[in-house]
Structure formats: C-alpha cells, structure tokens
Design a protein around this ligand. Structure first.
Ligand code: GUN
Length: 293
C-alpha cells in the first residue's frame, strides 16, 4: 500500500508556481492577482478565505479580500462582481460560498466573467470541461487529477466508481475521468443516495473516489484489493486521544481500508491540501491568459 501524500505534492506544486510567478515578473510589473469576495461572518468561510490568502502570499500571488456585510443586496453584489470583471488589474475572482439566503448563488456565479472564474463554477466553464476544452477546473477535482498524474497512476480502461454527485466534486470528477485524456479513459459509475447495491458497486472499482460526506462510511469489505482510494471527506469527530478532544477523519475508514488498498489518500494530508493549490494554478493560468486570450 502506498500513501498518496497530498501535503508533499501540494508543496511541490507551490514551489513550481512560485518559480513561474517569479519568472513572470521579468515581463510584467505585477504578479497574478486574485480577489476573494466574502459576504457575512460565516466562520468556516472566513477560515477558507484566510487560508487562500496565506497560500497566495507563499507563492507571490497578490490577493485581496473584498468583504461585505450579510445585509448586502443581490443587486449590489452583482455590481461588485461586474466592477471586478472590468478591472484589468485583477486576474481571478472567487465569490466564497455559501451566500446569504436572499442572494441567488446561481445569478452571482453567472455574472462572473468566465475568463476570471478560477473556481470553474460558471456554467460556460463547466460546459468547456465536459467538452474537454481548455478551462479552469474546479479545485477539488483538479487536485485529484494532479495526485493521480503525479503518482503515475494508470487510469486507462480502469473501472472508476465515484460515491457522491455534488456539483463541486462528484459530478465533475466523474466527467473528467471518463474523458478521452490522461488522467481519464476510465469507465465511470456514479453512486448516490438512491443507488441500490452501492457496496457491491464500490467493490468493483479499480479507482474509488469517495465524496459523499459521511464519516468513515467506506469499510474494508467495500474495497477491491489493490484499489486506488481517494478520500474527499473531512469531518471532525470526538476523540479521547487528542488534546483538543477532536480528530479529523474522512469518508473512508482509513485504518482498515489502507491495509487492502494499493494507493490511498489520508485525511488530513491527502486531497485537502491540493484544493487550494488548484486555485493557485488556475490563478496563474488566468494571469498568463492561457485559457481565454
Ligand atoms: N465554499 C466551499 N468551497 C468553496 C470553493 O471551492 N469555492 C468557493 N467560492 N466557495 C466555496
């Protein structure tokens, strides 16, 4: 069994991005510039945005956070997005989700200039992804592809089972791994809350991607010997072994499944560290005008 070390891979990629940003400064006055729009006081969103700022600083990407109170109207937020869309000094834009209930996330996302949509959430970019055209891939699926690629994991002709069909992980990773590409060329099955025989289907997977949001759901009996297991879950559960009284676990029962898997991502330190790096990669692409030019 091999551990897929997301922390180490993320650091390698950060070093590569830092080198590219430094090289870019030979021909441009300013490094890539990412703006995060943060509405309200949601503690998790505040932490995510802070971590994104920290990661940007580590690689030389300029980051700004535009903060607005929970009371901002939808119309005002649409105007903010439009303003950023038209600011030539800003390469990438993310609107941290979730938004307050009185604001339509769909409308806000559709307002983002697709050329600056480094989250890859705009329907145009989702369509480009499905058509295998150059685009910004959403953070978690992009991070998973990077791990597969950097560990030289074979995907062609493999049976891949995805547990979960969310718009940000399950659905896009299922599309990406079925594309005629590397990583890709898999035969993909998507399982969800209405799937019958989920356990048997999971066991048929050469590559099992777990993104269903249930702590330690996948047990040893659901995994084929030597399968590649990618765990997207992250949950805080009570523990009497840590000072904090909590520990982090994924959607996979790691201690059991790791004995049977060929490759496995741990939690923490697997997929998690890769997601922010994906955002950095997309911001660099935006600054280089690699996708929309
Ligand atoms: N909220 C949780 N994950 C994400 C993400 O990847 N992007 C944005 N914009 N909001 C999020």
């Amino acid at each position: 069994m091999k551990i897929i070390d997301g922390k180490e891979t993320a650091q390698q990629i950060k070093n590569e991005i830092a080198d590219e940003v430094a090289a870019m400064l030979n021909s441009r006055e300013q490094g890539p510039h990412l703006v995060a729009v943060l509405v309200g006081e949601d503690p998790a969103s505040q932490t995510y945005v802070r971590n994104k700022e920290k990661a940007c600083a580590q690689v030389g990407i300029i980051s700004s956070v535009y903060k607005y109170p929970e009371s901002i109207s939808e119309k005002e937020l649409l105007e903010v997005v439009d303003f950023i869309n038209n600011d030539d000094e800003i390469d990438g834009l993310i609107v941290q989700l979730p938004l307050p209930k009185h604001i339509s996330e769909k409308k806000i996302i559709e307002k983002i200039n697709p050329a600056k949509d480094v989250d890859g959430f705009h329907p145009l970019n989702v369509g480009r992804m499905a058509l295998n055209l150059p685009t910004y891939l959403p953070a978690t699926p992009y991070g998973i592809l990077q791990l597969i690629e950097r560990y030289n994991i074979e995907t062609e002709g493999k049976s891949c089972v995805v547990l979960g069909r969310s718009h940000i992980v399950g659905s896009p990773i299922s599309i990406l791994l079925s594309r005629k590409a590397y990583p890709g060329n898999c035969t993909v099955t998507v399982c969800h809350s209405r799937t019958k025989n989920l356990k048997q289907i999971a066991k048929s997977a050469d590559i099992l991607i777990v993104a269903m949001g249930q702590p330690q759901f996948v047990t040893e009996d659901m995994v084929k010997k030597d399968a590649v297991v990618i765990d997207v879950g992250i949950h805080r559960v009570p523990s009497d072994k840590t000072k904090s009284g909590f520990r982090l676990v994924g959607d996979v029962l790691f201690d059991e499944v790791s004995k049977k898997a060929g490759y496995i991502t741990p939690v923490p330190g697997g997929v998690g560290p890769m997601t922010i790096v994906s955002l950095l990669m997309n911001t660099l692409k935006a600054a280089k005008k690699e996708i929309y030019f």
